[in-house]
Design a protein around this ligand. Structure first.
Ligand code: BGC
Length: 584
């Protein structure tokens, strides 16, 4: 059965930085609502909202203090209902972020746990343990947090003496729940129902592989090697699957509506990943393989092949992305040095980062190219707000403006993620580039560089050569040229910097090199659109991509037909899926 997300283009809204309607320098739901026509005009099928629940914003919403409330800075539950209704009226679904590994230290449960006694039911909702060593001065084990530093923080006992420690995989302001406690399970079932009842179409599941820890909380032999990302006692424990079976059955209860779950899942193998994507758990997992690759034809092709093979093996459509709120923006990455080191598979933030001088001109050219490639691939495409404007990473934020816990916890050694979260420019000549309403006294929560002016939405809307126009055209044309669910066929072009593949009625050709490259002899295709200025029927300029109608005859398959290799992979996946249905 085909699902609405199978080939959807989903636009990630980092609400805090999208549009401010309430004149406080912080984006909000009324601001988003006022810009829904812009998103409908872009042609996206769905929105994913980063967490907008009540939160002290230590990690900008990934630290939730009330799962049943919207943060006052963003609006109210009614404001969200308005956004959902208006988005639905424009044919766009709305997906929220579900942060269930941890809450905020201001959550009432955690406050009660800190006030409670060791061994009390209040503490049992989290992972409180006695310390080691004389007087319990050492943390219960040697785990490191993902944001750096120990994964344990000590609380005060009622008499003012030092007490137990609690586990936090991320910041100390984000205590981890104990998901083996049925109270936690029930609580989140209520949370899901609350938002589904409001009309939310699905959830992106934050650190979906993290909710359960090895019950013995064993020391991690690799602790000296760095942060906690690779410590598999913290991640991917077998009991986590029971949680998603419960969530999925809640979603299915809304049939015929199709409630959707996409996981952020970091596991070491496709076999492990597949366990999350069986028919009664999550529908899809993000693939970050392409995002972390340097600008190189072979690397891109490798990542695409791996992701498609994974998609065939899991029997779920690929969820592609080149940008999100955690990584340096693609315009900047592709304008830096492209070292061919092997990216670490699990530390996306570090793996995506490039070093050296930035050429924004080159980076922009390549980012235009990359998105044409992305939109030609089979599966779901996730875009991150601002990439359609070609916004660069902002490196020169003042130190005192930076707010990311990665920056704060590393004492400034790591810049963190603020640079991709700078508020959007809407109008080139308005204060705050139109992010806040006219007359707003407060500056945007992160300062915008002056270079954002020429990238503002109003500068790009009527310019056919703008990044925005390219995104609009490509999204509009995608489905007609590269039909949904049709597999991809590579063509050997005879030039290693020129990648070419066909899908359905279209062919996408990408030149990763620094000089124009000619299409192979005998390709008689019609140019439909290009990322660069000088593409024609016969050649693709340096660092550019082009979409053609038609399929080269070099493989003898009819347009729309899936090649044998793809079919075999898909058959394997189908067998897997029907087995898992039988096992239910
Ligand atoms: C989110 C980050 C967040 C972290 C902790 C990640 O997966 O994408 O932005 O800081 O989870 O919730």
């Amino acid at each position: 059965m085909s699902e609405w997300w199978d080939d959807a283009v989903v636009y990630q809204v980092y609400l805090r930085s999208f549009a401010d309607a309430t004149a406080d320098g912080v984006g909000d739901l009324p601001g988003l609502r006022s810009r829904l026509d812009y998103l409908a005009g872009l042609g996206v099928d769905a929105l994913w909202l980063n967490p907008c629940y009540a939160s002290p914003q230590r990690d900008h919403g990934y630290d939730i203090s009330d799962y049943f409330a919207i943060d006052p800075a963003y609006g109210t539950v009614d404001d969200l209902a308005d956004v959902v209704n208006d988005a639905h009226a424009r044919g766009m679904r709305v997906v929220m972020d579900m942060v269930a590994n941890h809450c905020s230290d201001r959550h009432e449960w955690f406050q009660a746990a800190v006030a409670g006694r060791p061994g009390s039911p209040e503490r049992a909702r989290f992972l409180f343990r006695d310390g080691r060593g004389p007087g319990g001065v050492l943390p219960p084990n040697n785990w490191q947090s993902v944001f750096g530093g120990p994964a344990w923080t000590r609380v005060m006992a009622a008499d003012g003496s030092a007490g137990q420690w609690y586990l936090h995989s991320f910041d100390p302001g984000q205590p981890d729940f104990d998901w083996r406690n049925p109270e936690v399970v029930d609580y989140f079932e209520r949370v899901l129902k609350f938002w589904f009842d409001l009309g939310i179409d699905g959830f992106r599941v934050d650190v979906a592989h993290g909710l359960i820890k090895d019950a013995a909380l064993p020391d991690w032999p690799g602790a000296d090697e760095g942060k906690g990302d690779h410590n598999y006692a913290m991640w991917d424990q077998p009991e986590v699957h029971g949680i998603y079976r419960g969530w999925r059955s809640i979603g299915e209860g809304y049939a015929p509506e199709r409630k959707y779950f996409v996981g952020e899942i970091w596991v070491p193998s496709v076999e492990r990943l597949t366990r999350y994507l069986v028919d009664d758990e999550l529908h899809q997992a993000f693939s970050f393989d392409l995002l972390v690759q340097p600008w190189n034809a072979e690397r891109f092709r490798g990542a695409i092949e791996r992701t498609l093979a994974q998609s065939a093996q899991t029997g779920t459509p690929a969820a592609w992305t080149l940008n999100n709120h955690d990584v340096h923006r693609s315009v900047t990455r592709y304008g830096q040095r492209q070292d061919l080191v092997d990216p670490s598979p699990s530390d996306m933030i570090a793996a995506a980062r490039r070093i050296g001088e930035v050429s924004l001109q080159l980076g922009t050219l390549r980012a235009r190219t990359a998105v044409l490639l992305l939109l030609a691939l089979p599966g779901t495409v996730y875009l991150y707000q601002g990439e359609e404007l070609g916004l660069p990473e902002v490196f020169d934020l003042p130190d005192d403006a930076r707010q990311d816990p990665i920056w704060l916890r590393s004492n400034g050694a790591e810049l963190g993620r603020d640079g991709c979260r700078v508020p959007l420019p809407w109008s080139h000549d308005a204060p705050s580039f139109g992010f806040s309403p006219p007359g707003t006294a407060l500056a945007p929560w992160l300062p915008q560089p002056s270079s954002f002016g020429k990238l503002a939405v109003d500068m790009q809307l009527d310019d056919p050569n703008s990044m925005l126009a390219l995104y609009q055209r490509a999204i509009a044309m995608r489905g007609a040229l590269f039909q949904a669910s049709v597999g991809l066929r590579w063509h050997e072009t005879g030039q290693h910097e020129l990648l070419a593949f066909s899908r359905g009625d279209g062919t996408c050709v990408v030149n990763f090199g620094d000089r124009p490259l000619s299409l192979p002899q005998g390709w008689d295709l019609e140019l439909m659109q290009a990322s660069g200025a000088d593409s024609d029927q016969a050649q693709v300029p340096a660092n550019s991509a082009a979409w053609f109608a038609g399929v080269p005859a070099d493989h003898g398959a009819k347009p729309g037909e899936t090649i044998e290799a793809d079919r075999r992979l898909l058959e394997t996946a189908t067998v897997y899926r029907s087995q898992s249905v039988r096992e239910q």
